[in-house]
Design a protein around this ligand. Structure first.
Ligand SMILES: Cc1cc2nc3c(=O)[nH]c(=O)nc-3n(C[C@H](O)[C@H](O)[C@H](O)COP(=O)(O)OP(=O)(O)OC[C@H]3O[C@@H](n4cnc5c(N)ncnc54)[C@H](O)[C@@H]3O)c2cc1C
Length: 327
């Protein structure tokens, strides 16, 4: 497997490698990611990075290889955690102790608007906004409990990210980048009852500090055809994917959205888009182009039903995504 791995970190586990090897194999299976094994060396591949475990006489050497510093930090966090779960501690050659969690950017609220009846649009400003537009559509918004000063997650001495807990625990919902400039990004929040994020957006003042972490999640699936199904929470992701699709998808692209027509915004009148209030029925009814990709996102129970249906229909796992956007 060839990787662009310009960043490297090395650690030593001062114990024979058996337990470490078992832990790496278990993690590859839990994450469903590739693993290679040659005598004395195991490599796990994830996020375009490699975690390589080499057996030495009475210790194990851990090497992390990644294309960018954020991913080295993420991998160091995950590796420290997976070995700690197996009772093993890694002595790393370098830990950015005290630094903000890998991938965390502090941003400032620029404004909140109401582009359509069902959505709030938040514009965040910050020098790192641009990196949230590459390869991944989503990020996590980190909101401190109302009335408390934020305690942002930072890297601990052992390489693991220390997340605030108890009264300082952060709310961490996932959102989609809707639009972006060099130092700003917009995201759209579907308004619903009982939502801490809506409550925050309805009351936050311009200039307030907030953190986002990422980016993460998928991108526009490439291939001969694409069929999308999603509810209101997936509407921003579908809109973004439909923007990217002309460069990524060779053939037909269609989107079935469970949302009010008034909330379609820029998608109103797009011939690729249809409103369907029952997505699971739409999924069953629609003829899916041979070899195309099927993308489904919505309520967890619907995503589970969609996955079951697609498997029963004989669609290969690599040809669909059925994602839970909310519970
Ligand atoms: C990859 C990904 C991308 C996403 N992108 C977006 C996006 O761009 N815009 C967006 O609005 N959402 C998006 N979501 C969904 C969003 O993360 C969830 O709706 C999340 O629950 C919102 O957090 P919250 O603060 O509202 O409340 P939570 O504390 O998570 O939930 C509070 C209450 O609201 C309920 N709830 C959550 N969502 C809904 C809903 N849609 N309708 C009715 N009740 C609900 C929950 O069941 C709970 O009772 C995305 C999710 C994922 C996984």
């Amino acid at each position: 497997m060839s990787l662009m791995s310009s960043h490297r970190r090395v650690g030593v586990i001062p114990r024979a490698s058996g337990a470490a090897a078992v832990a790496v194999k278990a993690r590859a299976s839990a994450w469903d990611v590739p693993l290679t094994e040659t005598p004395g060396v195991i490599s796990l591949f994830v996020w375009g990075c490699e975690l390589r475990l080499t057996a030495e006489s009475d210790s194990a050497r851990v090497e992390l290889l990644a294309p960018e510093p954020r991913l080295i930090g993420n991998l160091q966090d995950s590796a420290s955690e997976l070995f700690a779960e197996a009772g093993l501690e890694v002595a790393w050659d370098h830990v950015d102790e005290g630094a903000l969690a890998p991938g965390l950017s502090l941003m400032t609220v620029a404004r909140v608007t109401c582009p359509t009846p069902g959505f709030l649009r938040v514009r965040l400003r910050g020098p790192e906004a641009e990196r949230f537009s590459r390869d991944s559509l989503h990020f996590r918004l980190l909101l401190p409990p109302s009335g408390r000063a934020p305690i942002w997650p930072r890297i601990g001495a052992n390489g693991r990210t220390l997340w605030p807990s108890g009264e300082d625990a952060l709310h961490r919902p996932v959102y989609t980048v809707a639009a972006q400039g060099q130092d700003w990004l917009d995201f759209d929040i579907f308004r619903h009852d009982g939502s801490p994020t809506c409550a925050w957006a309805e009351t936050v003042s311009p200039g307030a500090e907030v953190a986002i972490i990422g980016p993460g999640g998928g991108w526009c699936p490439s291939g001969p055809a694409l069929t999308l199904f999603g509810d209101q929470t997936a509407l921003p992701a579908i809109a973004r994917i439909l923007q990217l699709a002309p460069d990524m998808v060779a053939g037909p692209v269609r989107a079935f959205i469970d949302a009010d027509a008034a909330d379609l915004g820029a998608l109103s009148g797009d011939p690729r888009v249809a409103i369907r209030r029952d997505l699971l029925t739409a999924l069953r009814d629609v003829q899916l182009p041979q070899g195309g990709f099927v993308w489904f996102a919505g309520r967890a129970a619907d995503a589970r039903a969609a996955r079951k249906h697609l498997v029963e229909r004989g669609i290969a796992k690599r040809d669909f995504l059925a994602a839970a956007y909310w519970d």
